[in-house]
Design a protein around this ligand. Structure first.
Ligand SMILES: [Zn+2]
Length: 58
């Protein structure tokens, strides 16, 4: 499984409500937190959900 670190940039399959699909990882562990690069909104996801919503690079 691909692992992510705090500060990594991820892209979601669906854009956020603000229209941006670029996010920054702000917390990793049992739960992941990602912050929208456009509006700063933070979402917490468990790891299953996290890997479902992001587009895995390459
Ligand atoms: Zn946003």
């Amino acid at each position: 499984m691909t692992s992510y670190n705090v500060g990594d940039n991820v892209t979601t399959r669906k854009p956020h409500a603000c229209g941006c699909s670029s996010w920054t990882v702000v917390r990793v562990g049992a739960d992941y937190k990602i912050k929208c690069d456009n509006c700063g909104h933070v979402v917490m996801l468990d790891s299953d959900k996290f890997f479902k919503v992001i587009k895995v690079a390459k």
